[in-house]
Write a protein that binds this ligand. Structure first.
Ligand code: GRF
Length: 188
């Protein structure tokens, strides 16, 4: 399985995949390409690990070019790891069941357009939820709507803040990310 990882931010989930490959927690899986839609620290992580990367312009994403880059790099699966741009419908259809996304809530709750980063956790706190978590799902054209592959829950404690919840979920999302890649590999 040869992955492309799409990023927009810190890239801690990209790093988690890199580390799992290096530590042989993931076998026969490699990262062939990192695609970033903006300047971000994730690119530094790709450079440090000698992974080829591509910067795209998020204001005018050319999915035909992305598609041909993916084919050129023999990519079999795509991981959206904190990628903030929305994928085009025909691109999602062409890569059906081959793209997964990581979302920091228990979807279908607190997903959809505009629900990213700290906003997700703030909404969970504002609604006085007792639990939250992370979800890995297949990507379809509707934002955060594809079939769920794995979910992991955590408690929302009494004095929880959006930021403490975010830190908690940053830990659990990495566990299910690696597990999801094993599931995808088994299905490939
Ligand atoms: C993660 O919280 C993930 O759930 C969300 O975006 C964040 C990305 O973090 N989709 P990082 O860039 O991988 O550190």
């Amino acid at each position: 399985m040869r992955l492309a990882v799409f990023v927009s931010g810190n890239g801690s989930n990209l790093q988690c995949i890199i580390d799992a490959i290096d530590n042989k927690l993931l076998n026969d899986i490699s990262i062939g390409l990192v695609i970033a839609d903006r300047e971000c620290f994730a690119i530094e992580r790709a450079k440090k690990s000698n992974i080829k990367y591509l910067m795209i312009n998020r204001k005018s994403i050319d999915f035909t070019t992305i598609d041909s880059e993916l084919i050129k790099e023999k990519i079999s699966h795509i991981v959206l790891a904190g990628f903030l741009s929305i994928l085009d419908k025909s691109f999602c259809e062409a890569w059906k069941n081959k793209i997964i996304n990581l979302h920091p809530s228990l979807l279908p709750k607190y997903g959809g357009k505009g629900m990213y980063g700290i906003k997700v956790h703030q909404a969970v706190i504002d609604h006085k939820e007792k639990e939250s978590g992370a979800t890995i799902h297949y990507v379809i054209a509707g934002v955060d709507e594809g079939e769920i592959l794995l979910q992991e829950k955590c408690n929302v404690d009494e004095n929880e803040t959006a930021s403490s919840l975010q830190n908690k979920i940053h830990v659990i999302e990495k566990e299910i990310l690696i597990e999801s890649l094993k599931i995808l590999y088994a299905k490939a």
